[in-house]
Design a protein around this ligand. Sequence first.
Ligand code: BDR
Ligand code: CA
Length: 310
Amino acid sequence: MTRRIILDCDPGHDDAVAIMFALGSPDIELAAITTVGGNQTIDKVTRNARGILALCGREEVPVYRGAERPLLRQVETAPSIHGETGLDGVELPIPTVAERPQRAAQAIVEIVRESEPGSITLVGTGPLTNLALAVRLEPAIVSRVREVVIMGGGIYEGNWTAAAEFNIWVDPEAARIVFDEPWRVTMVGLDVTHRALATSDVVDQAARINTPTGKFFVDLMRFFRVSNREAFGFADPPVHDPCTIAYLVDPAVVVTKAAPVAVETRGELTAGATVVDLRAPAPANCNTRVATQLDRERFWELVLDAIARL
Ligand code: BDR
Ligand code: CA
């Protein structure tokens, strides 16, 4: 069954791969892209999203600009990982279609309201500011959304701090709002995304696709490999965000488990940590799930097949 999604993102090298993966997957219908300040400023990530759609020849997908800053905290970007543009190392065409006039949170509310109940999945691959604003703007979306799937957090791992993953760390208050609502939230965190490594074998396969989008992937990974090696010591870069799309395309590729998740907003050393309670089987009414395993080979097969289709 086709999954209709809104992709809320901050492109970003791995967000760009998630966008291409969604566009090239027959089982995914991309209803809209909403942008959020994260990897770079809202101006830059919004332009990047539009440029990616132009590259893929898919500018009919509407783009809505979202929050320029977290709910309470100051803007924090990630130039050490994504460069000054948010997508350093690649050339994108100049977009020809303007972003839509509504803001992301308004658009999310309207699209969910106008769609069949239970048909829209919200996918978040940046800080969760827009999703939190949308649910505060219209709480009725909680019962109408099929599922919220996010790349963020980790059961045992952090990256931006020892305890916290970047997307949650940037806006922990927003993340807390999203996790505390009674909709189904699936957290695809670092425990799994740190296994989605773009090895040289993966990049060679992408190069053989020999299309503009295949080349775009290769260029993305060239920069991402160096930045992830310098910042975190990875030999091959972890391509986090498309793991959310893989979970939707084939849940066997990203194994999940029901478990309560709480977001730490006040810890002196642990702000932005996702606290996952795995002490016992989750209670029957537990609405949160966490990803625990990735079938890496199948993951890359799905991603590269999708890129080849564009
Ligand atoms: C997350 O942070 C961003 O830099 C990436 O795009 C990804 O969404 C990984 O921690
Ligand atoms: Ca991202």
